[in-house]
Design a protein around this ligand. Structure first.
Ligand code: PMP
Length: 367
C-alpha cells in the first residue's frame, strides 16, 4: 500500500484505499463498457444495476424493513433541513415539530424548519447545550407534534447520542450524516433517517433518505417537487438526474463495509479508535481538554483543546504544524469552536488513530 497522508477531516473525509483503487481501475471503462460511470445515462440498464446494488447493500447492512423506502437525493444534509418539515409537518393537524438542539447541526435544522414553512408550522426547539445531552426524563416532548427531530452525532461539537430517544409514538427523525453506518441502528424505531455520504459512506453529492412508507404523500402544496419524498420514491430516486457517480462510489464503500464485517465490526473499530484518543486526553492531567461530557462523547469527531479549557492558541498552532509534518492533516477544529478536532470515520484505520495517539503523547512530553 502506498504511503498516504493521514486525513482526519470532518467531511469530505478519508475513503478506503481499496475503494479509490477500484474506482481508478474502472474509471475509463466501467465493466468493459468502454465508457465511464460519469458518462452513463441514469436511465440505462447498467446504471440501474449500480443503483439497485447500492440500495440492496444498504438494506442488508442496516436490516432495513420492507416498509421503508431508500432514496438517493441531492442537496446534502442541508437540503433535508428543508425537506423534512415540508414533507412531514403536515402529518398531524397541529403542524408542530419538536427539535432537540444539541449543537450546530440540529440548531441549523431547527432554524431552517422555522423558515421553511413559516405560515404553517410551529417548531419548538430546546435543550440548547453543546456539551451534554440532558437526561431524557427532563424533556417535555409535545405529544401532538408531527415529529421529533434530533441530530445523532453533532459533527462540530462532538456530541453523540448513544441511545434512541423515546417519543411515545411520535414519528422520530434523525440526521445521521456523521455517524451513518458507524454502528448498527434499529431502523424500525425511526420514521426517517437521512445522511450525507461524504463522511462514512462515500463522497459528497448524494444524501441517503430512509423513510417509512406511511409518511409519504403528506408534503405541503408548496414543497418543491425534487424534495417531495413521494415523488422520488415513486420514481425510484430518478425523478431527476441523480448524482450517479456519488451513488457508484457509495456502492463501493458499502461493499467494503460488508467485506469488513458490517456495521457491528465498524462499531467495534470505531470504539477502539475513539477510546484510545479519549484515554490519552483523560490521562493528560488537563494538558488536553475535551469539553464534552463523558456520557455523550462522539466516536466520530473528537474535539479537544490544548493547554487549558479554552485552549492555548500558540500551543494549538504548534500542534497542528507538527501534525502536518508527520503527514496528519485536517485536525483543526471547526472555525466556530476552535481547538483541535480529530474525525475518526469508518475509513480511518486503527493505525491512523495510533499515529495520532503517539503524536499526542510525544507533544505532551515536549511541552
Ligand atoms: N448534518 C450534519 C450532522 C453534518 O455534519 C453536516 C455537514 N458537515 C450537515 C448536516 C450538512 O451537510 P451538507 O453540507 O451536505 O449540506
Amino acid at each position: 500500500e502506498q504511503k498516504q497522508t493521514i486525513n482526519f477531516g470532518a467531511g469530505p473525509a478519508k475513503l478506503p484505499q481499496s475503494v479509490l483503487l477500484q474506482a481508478q481501475k474502472e474509471f475509463l471503462s466501467y465493466s468493459g463498457m468502454g465508457i465511464s460511470v460519469l458518462e452513463m445515462s441514469h436511465r440505462s440498464a447498467d446504471f440501474n444495476k449500480i443503483l439497485t446494488k447500492t440500495e440492496s447493500l444498504l438494506r442488508e447492512l442496516l436490516t432495513i424493513p420492507d416498509n421503508y423506502k431508500v432514496l438517493f437525493l441531492q442537496g446534502g444534509g442541508s437540503g433535508q433541513f428543508s425537506a423534512v418539515p415540508l414533507n412531514l409537518i403536515g402529518l398531524k393537524e397541529d403542524t408542530c415539530a419538536d427539535y432537540l438542539v444539541t449543537g450546530t447541526w440540529s440548531e441549523k435544522a431547527a432554524k431552517e424548519a422555522e423558515n421553511t414553512a413559516k405560515s404553517t408550522l410551529s417548531t419548538r426547539s430546546w435543550t440548547v447545550t453543546r456539551v451534554k445531552i440532558p437526561d431524557p426524563s427532563s424533556w417535555t416532548l409535545n405529544p401532538s407534534a408531527s415529529y421529533v427531530y434530533y441530530c445523532c452525532n453533532e459533527t462540530v461539537h462532538g456530541v453523540e447520542y448513544n441511545f434512541t430517544p423515546e417519543t411515545n409514538g411520535v414519528t422520530l427523525v434523525s440526521d445521521m450524516s456523521s455517524n451513518f453506518l458507524s454502528r448498527p441502528v434499529d431502523v424500525s424505531k425511526f420514521g426517517l433517517i437521512f445522511a450525507g455520504a461524504q463522511k462514512n459512506v462515500g463522497c459528497a453529492g448524494v444524501t441517503v433518505v430512509i423513510v417509512r412508507e406511511d409518511l409519504l404523500g403528506h408534503a405541503l402544496n408548496d414543497c418543491p417537487i425534487v424534495l417531495d419524498y413521494k415523488v422520488q420514491a415513486d420514481m425510484n430516486s430518478l425523478y431527476n438526474t441523480p448524482p450517479c457517480f456519488s451513488i457508484y462510489i457509495m456502492g463501493l464503500v458499502l461493499e467494503w463495509i460488508k467485506n469488513n464485517g458490517g456495521s457491528a465490526a465498524m462499531e467495534a473499530l470505531n470504539k477502539q479508535k475513539s477510546s484510545m484518543i479519549y484515554d490519552i486526553i483523560n490521562a493528560s492531567n488537563g494538558f488536553y481538554e475535551c469539553p464534552v461530557d463523558e456520557t455523550c462523547r462522539s466516536r466520530m469527531n473528537v474535539p479537544f483543546h490544548i493547554g487549558s479549557k479554552e485552549g492555548d492558541e500558540g500551543l494549538e498552532k504548534e500542534f497542528l504544524a507538527g501534525a502536518s509534518k508527520r503527514g496528519m492533516i485536517s485536525l483543526k477544529g471547526h472555525r466556530s469552536v476552535g481547538g483541535i478536532r480529530a474525525s475518526l470515520y469508518n475509513a480511518v484505520t486503527l493505525e491512523d488513530a495510533e499515529a495520532l495517539g503517539t503524536y499526542m503523547k510525544v507533544f505532551m512530553k515536549e511541552h
